[in-house]
Ligand binder design. Structure first.
Ligand SMILES: Cc1cc2nc3c(=O)[nH]c(=O)nc-3n(C[C@H](O)[C@H](O)[C@H](O)COP(=O)(O)OP(=O)(O)OC[C@H]3O[C@@H](n4cnc5c(N)ncnc54)[C@H](O)[C@@H]3O)c2cc1C
Length: 497
């Protein structure tokens, strides 16, 4: 077996892995290898190109309240990182509703009776509210009332998570739509553009000229120039340990073997499907946290399998569709609330950046399905999933099916860590055990089992690198990152406070 040694090894060339690499490299640590099973950098935030059109893995807006991440994004792409005026709507009962919800828009579209019911249920919820909410359903109904919850939150949320809203933890609502309540929505409708608007309501976001992935390709190029090596098409299959130390990992090359540094590493001599061993002083991983424990060799008997098995992720299918029609809808994305169709969201990349589509007569859409691998939809062939997407686009009145020029299915496993009721028990057990591994730092979304956006993910990488470098202010408590503006303070170890 070939083996190589580095000071640091990073698993995953997504935002968090690249955040680690950027920060290490800034501090002169370039004896670093980044490994990714995909052939494209960017992870879930990558951009794939088909027939001259660029598609993200579902819509990816860039927004952060963290100045450091914002500066990194702008420094990385300069003029190619441009503001986009947000247009997003909810499609429900054949109508489009503005999102964020605008009071007059809703009232004019749902009619007098429905409006009266919505206002009455909102008033009743406010009157009855205990302030305590364990489930997503409680959290939303207390803030909006049952009628608005059923109209604007229930079906979409259940499509995303695959479980009823009364089994989804309120933590997800608190994290995703933190600070959002009806008064805030009304205030925002009246004074739009308020600087302190909650994240969900922000009406402008930045976006790269050539898709979300352009950001990560540029970040990757930057660290490669400074000597970091990147090995794509290579999957980690084993974390080899002695007690609480990870000595090495084993990797297998998959589709193709290559490094972004022109195969200057050991790629030219490596054979496809060969197993290689990589040792390092420290490992950072953005692979699913549960996979880390499943790939440990020898297995960690101190951790009950049940705790790992209790954590599971929602998987995701995107059907990228190229349509011969330049004007389908003006939104960057539309939430599909109708229970008649399985699609949950449709993005239109022409409206993110016109440069995403080479042929200006065409539109690049992504049609998203949230699914578990054991469900029927995941098991269907690509052709039947493409057919479903085209049928549903037509059913919703968005396109004529015969205008579909081509389509492609992209499957993503472990896309959304699932925050079901009481998942925290198992999560705390797994986190505590992970912390025992002295030279292993989980980062990012799947790595930390956190509903982290790009900014949280990058920041987790940057702070994990600082912990390794023992920079001033460290150690940061990486598990706690995700709370808008206060990342730095919140991420500091409680025991330091
Ligand atoms: C549908 C969707 C829409 C989103 N929209 C937004 C948005 O609008 N705004 C926003 O800020 N964020 C959004 N996000 C979140 C964003 O995609 C993530 O926060 C971010 O990509 C996470 O970065 P990461 O590096 O932690 O993980 P990932 O992006 O998941 O990268 C992990 C990498 O690790 C690699 N990997 C995993 N296992 C192995 C292994 N065994 N061996 C080798 N490599 C491995 C993977 O191939 C992947 O490239 C969205 C996510 C999804 C799924």
């Amino acid at each position: 077996m070939n083996s190589k040694s580095y000071e640091c090894c990073i698993i995953g060339a997504g935002p968090s892995g690249l955040g680690v690499a950027v920060e290490l490299s800034r501090h002169g640590v370039n004896d670093v290898l980044i490994i990714d099973k995909s052939n494209i950098v960017g992870g879930l935030s990558r951009t794939e190109i088909y027939d001259g059109a660029r598609f993200d893995v579902g819509p990816h807006r860039f927004f952060t309240k963290n100045q450091e991440v914002n500066t990194l994004w702008h420094d990385t792409l300069g003029a190619d990182f441009r503001p986009v005026e947000r247009i997003t709507r909810i499609h429900y009962k054949d109508k489009f509703f503005n999102y964020p919800i605008k009071a007059l828009d809703v009232l004019s579209k749902i009619g007098f009776m429905e409006s009266a019911l919505a206002l009455a249920s909102f008033a009743a919820a406010r009157f009855r509210s205990s302030g305590q909410s364990e489930t997503f359903e409680d959290w939303i109904t207390q803030k909006f009332g049952r009628k608005l919850y059923e109209t604007f939150f229930k079906t979409y949320t259940e499509k995303v998570w695959g479980i009823p809203c009364n089994q989804i933890s309120a933590q997800w609502a608190a994290q995703r739509i933190k600070g959002l309540d009806v008064l805030e929505v009304v205030k925002n409708a009246l004074f739009s553009g308020s600087r302190n608007a909650p994240k969900t309501l922000v009406e402008q976001f930045d976006y790269p000229l050539l898709g979300a992935g352009q950001m990560y390709e540029a970040m990757c190029d930057g660290v490669v120039e400074r000597g970091v090596e990147v090995l794509l098409g290579t999957r980690v299959v084993s974390f080899n340990r002695s007690q609480d130390v990870i000595d090495s990992i084993d990797v297998i090359t998959e589709e193709s073997w290559g490094t972004t540094a022109e195969k200057k590493s050991w790629g030219t001599t490596a054979e496809k499907s060969q197993r290689h061993r990589i040792s390092a002083r420290h490992f950072f991983s953005s692979a699913a946290l549960t996979h880390f424990f499943r790939l440990l060799d020898p297995k960690d008997d101190a951790l009950d399998d049940a705790a790992v098995d209790a954590l599971y992720y929602r998987d995701h299918i995107t059907v990228n569709v190229l349509v011969d029609n330049a004007a389908i809808f003006p939104d960057q994305w539309v939430y599909i609330h109708s229970p008649d169709v399985q699609v949950a969201r449709i993005a239109n990349y022409n409206n993110f950046s016109p440069e995403m589509v080479r042929d200006k007569k065409m539109t690049a859409l992504s049609v998203e399905y949230f699914v578990f691998q054991h469900e029927d939809l995941w098991r269907q062939s690509d052709d039947s999933i493409k057919e479903l997407a085209a049928d549903e686009l037509q059913y919703l009145g968005l396109i004529k099916k015969e205008r579909v020029v081509n389509s492609w299915v992209v499957r993503e496993t472990e896309a959304y860590p699932t925050y079901y009721i009481n998942f925290e028990g198992a999560y705390d057990v797994v986190k505590a055990r992970t912390d025992r591994y002295v030279n292993f730092s989980p980062v990012g979304r799947g790595g930390l089992y956190k509903y982290n956006n790009q900014d949280h993910s990058i920041l987790s990488g940057i702070l994990a690198a600082r912990n390794y470098l023992s920079l001033p202010g460290t150690p940061y408590r990486i598990w706690d990152i995700n709370i808008d503006a206060q990342y730095h303070e919140d991420a500091k170890r409680k025991d330091k406070a």
